[in-house]
Design a protein around this ligand. Structure first.
Ligand SMILES: [Zn+2]
Ligand SMILES: [Zn+2]
Length: 243
């Protein structure tokens, strides 16, 4: 077993998942800030299936409910309501509870189609994860592959937890909402750490709004725009009107 290779491979897989999550699930499906063309959309869907097992319509529903009720008792993962450590460490359980709520999915993700590919393949989370782990084991050897899968699982879960916990608790708040900006977290999460900016301008594909802010997800989007695999909803940043 090669521990160094396993850690590097696990963290690389996490970055692939994080970028697919932020570009496809979050900025694309949940907020319609951009539209991914085929084959890019299918590639993201497939990569998320084998690296996270998450179902896009459930992720979209849970996330839209979060925006609709941020930091109130109806928010599925508010650190102000549930406590920081519960959201940081048990984010996956909180996500699963909200995702299993049929009413949440029906209400918030009506526009995300549930097609034949979902019924045959993508709804079967464990099959996807088994394929992903199987690929790592074939490429790296079974021991290194299993360790890489473990490194990926822990780092993806901790980073997702941090976006919801740290991103609503610690950091800068240049705009008037309960989310925060943490640049270091943004570097590790494809830009998601610029969460205060995102709550202020949810339909903008770009999360970096000030001069020195860095949004790695936006770099990927720019490449996809140049190769005509992505179209943006609007080029400029539109701040949400606060009532
Ligand atoms: Zn938020
Ligand atoms: Zn969002």
């Amino acid at each position: 077993m090669n521990v160094v290779i396993a850690v590097i491979a696990g963290l690389a897989v996490t970055q692939v998942s994080v970028l697919c999550t932020t570009v496809y699930l979050h900025r694309g499906l949940a907020h319609r800030a951009l539209t991914l063309r085929e084959p890019a959309a299918f590639v993201c869907r497939f990569l998320l299936w084998i690296t996270t097992g998450m179902r896009p319509r459930e992720w979209v529903a849970v996330h839209r409910r979060h925006h609709a009720s941020a930091d109130t008792p109806a928010d599925p993962h508010s650190p102000r309501v549930l406590g920081f450590w519960r959201v940081q460490l048990a984010n996956a359980a909180l996500y699963r509870r909200a995702a299993r709520d049929r009413l949440t999915v029906r209400r918030y993700a009506r526009d995300v189609p549930h097609d034949r590919l979902d019924r045959w393949f993508f709804d079967h989370s464990l099959v996807g994860l088994a394929i992903g782990i199987g690929i790592l084991c074939v490429v790296l050897g079974w021991q290194t592959g299993l360790l890489a899968a473990g490194v990926h699982a822990v780092s993806y879960l901790m980073l997702s937890g941090a976006i919801n916990a740290v991103g609503h608790r610690f950091g800068k708040r240049p705009y008037d909402n309960s989310a925060t900006n943490v640049q270091a977290l943004a570097l590790a999460t494809g830009g998601e750490g610029l969460h205060n900016n995102h709550h202020a301008a949810p339909t903008s594909a770009r999360f970096a709004l000030a001069a020195r802010e860095i949004d790695p997800g936006w770099w990927v989007i720019r490449v996809l725009v140049r190769t005509r695999l992505v179209t943006l909803r609007h080029d400029d940043v539109k701040l949400k009107q606060v009532a």
